[in-house]
Design a protein around this ligand. Structure first.
Ligand SMILES: Nc1ncnc2c1ncn2[C@@H]1O[C@H](COP(=O)(O)OP(=O)(O)OP(=O)(O)O)[C@@H](O)[C@H]1O
Length: 274
């Protein structure tokens, strides 16, 4: 069995699951630019969805709308049945949405372990007083989070790097650290923005396995934006293709690979990854 076949086998069975994220007629305009136009999505619990399209298609904007980095111009976004369209980013994170960024956003002067520990802040129960006074409740919480950080470092294979400064790591490892930090917020929905960017082919293959592993272990639903088709075609059950903000195709990897509209959009954009 080839490595790719075994990855296909690890995809989740397509039984009926609840809708975790629903986006209805979502549009985002930046002045005269329609970055996302009338976008609709019903994402099922446990699903691994790929969001692809040429540069400037609106993919990152979709993530920015889900996490309310920008308000929608029109439309509605529901997470776990709750309208989150107007909730603050902070509240959306607390509800269980986490993301990584196309341009890695780590705390460069902090160590690997410290970066992961920042992810737990969304769930801190101790207040400032108990932390300054180092009360037992704070110590217990601190110990618990350190143990969790340890587990996350092991899951991502970066435990030997715990005391390294984030910026001292090569790109591929920084991307893994970003995933570990995102997982520290205990998300139900994980948004990965170009996780394979800057990785070599071996690292990319390993990333595929890692994404499937964390989905299973942490019961995640995942949307992945990626230009590397070896990631998208190998691990995603469903793919949505955007072009100039418009959904031009939706389907399984096989359907998308042979879709004439998709081929035209990529060739038109001169993208060599398609
Ligand atoms: N904050 C912003 N202000 C103005 N225009 C924006 C802003 N963010 C995105 N855009 C525009 O919206 C469109 C979609 O951009 P977006 O970054 O979502 O595309 P993308 O598909 O993620 O592209 P890439 O693959 O290059 O990352 C582009 O025309 C972009 O210039």
């Amino acid at each position: 069995m080839t490595k790719e076949t075994s990855l296909q086998d690890k995809k989740a069975p397509t039984q009926q699951k609840n809708v975790i994220l629903r986006m209805t007629n979502v549009t985002k305009k930046f002045g005269g630019i329609v970055a996302v136009s009338n976008f609709n999505l019903e994402l099922k619990e446990g699903e691994l969805l790929g969001l692809i399209g040429p540069n400037g298609a609106g993919k990152t904007t979709v993530f920015n709308l889900i996490t309310h980095v920008f308000p929608v111009t029109e439309g509605r976004i529901e997470f776990l049945g709750r309208d989150i369209t107007k909730l603050s980013t902070d509240k959306i994170i607390r509800l269980g949405v986490a993301r990584t960024f196309q341009n890695i956003r780590l705390f460069g002067s902090m160590t690997v372990e410290e970066n992961i520990l920042t992810g737990f802040h969304a769930h801190l129960k101790s207040n400032l007083f108990s932390s300054v006074a180092f009360l037992p409740s704070y110590q217990r919480e601190e110990e618990y989070f350190r143990a969790k950080a340890e587990e996350l470092m092991k899951d991502l294979g970066i435990e030997h790097l715990r005391d390294f400064k984030a910026t001292a790591l090569p790109y591929g490892l920084q991307r893994k650290l970003e995933i570990a930090r995102a997982l520290a917020t205990s998300p139900k929905l994980l948004l990965l923005d170009e996780p394979a960017a800057g990785m070599n082919p071996d690292e990319t293959l390993e990333l595929n396995e890692l994404i499937l592993k964390i989905r299973e272990k942490y019961g995640l639903t995942i949307i992945v934006i990626e230009h590397d088709m070896k990631v998208i075609m190998n691990i995603c059950e469903r793919i949505i293709v955007l072009d100039h903000g418009v959904t031009i195709a939706e389907g399984t990897p096989k359907e998308i690979q042979t879709n004439p509209e998709v081929i035209k959009a990529y060739l038109g954009a001169g993208d060599e990854d398609a």
